[in-house]
Design a binder for this molecule. Sequence first.
Ligand SMILES: NC(=O)c1ccc[n+]([C@@H]2O[C@H](COP(=O)([O-])OP(=O)(O)OC[C@H]3O[C@@H](n4cnc5c(N)ncnc54)[C@H](OP(=O)(O)O)[C@@H]3O)[C@@H](O)[C@H]2O)c1
Length: 222
Amino acid sequence: MRIALLGGTGDIGEGLALRWGRDTDHELVIGSRDPDRAAERAGDYRATLAERDVDATIEGRENSAAVVNADVVVLSVPPYYVADTVDAVADSLAAGAILVTPAVGISSDEDGFHYRPPDTGSVTDLVRETAPPDVPVVGAFHNLPAARLADLDADLDIDTLVLADEGSARSTILELTAEIAGLRALSAGPLANAPEVEALTPLLITVARYNDELADLGVTFQ
Ligand SMILES: NC(=O)c1ccc[n+]([C@@H]2O[C@H](COP(=O)([O-])OP(=O)(O)OC[C@H]3O[C@@H](n4cnc5c(N)ncnc54)[C@H](OP(=O)(O)O)[C@@H]3O)[C@@H](O)[C@H]2O)c1
């Protein structure tokens, strides 16, 4: 499978690239608005994995070139730029490509971190409204701690929730997610449930802020 990580130069993109690069044989493409930055970061990730004797296939390309022939496209960009990023790549998406959104709208103040969804109700719904109607949209990875993902010495042992309206797209992303060691993928039903899933993320960051012994929190359902 070919996976494009748009904005894969950033935190969650790095974590997913390193984990999929280490734990699977999928082809990874790091997307960026800047092709040179994409190539540089792809080289960084290959080098990190090579130190562990992993020869991963990771390229870097400008975002709209990164999605060409990709089976799965992860929108790993800040929430306020997700719609523009979808618009920028929509014409280049391969037939059958699945768009995956991990984005969460969050604000913070002296009390903690707060869920701030767009007017659509969730960023996941915003992606659904922005993407071409025939492109399946899946929500996933919202509650994962990027730093823990990117630390390949760290055990994960956490869950991630997958939202989808189409059964086939849901199955593909559930399987792809479960290929990362220590990550359990659970279905959370259709995209309509996205606000509840997205809203967990600011809560996790707030709990970490008020408890010094906790950092890079994830969730486990048991
Ligand atoms: N960090 C986490 O722990 C975490 C966990 C779960 C979910 N998420 C979600 O994942 C998404 C990415 O988070 P992140 O922490 O990885 O973000 P980030 O590191 O701040 O940014 C990711 C990438 O987004 C691109 N970007 C920045 N401004 C942009 C713009 N105006 N238009 C298009 N692309 C732009 C940049 O890539 P280029 O400059 O190379 O184009 C950047 O490297 C967010 O929506 C967040 O809610 C994050």
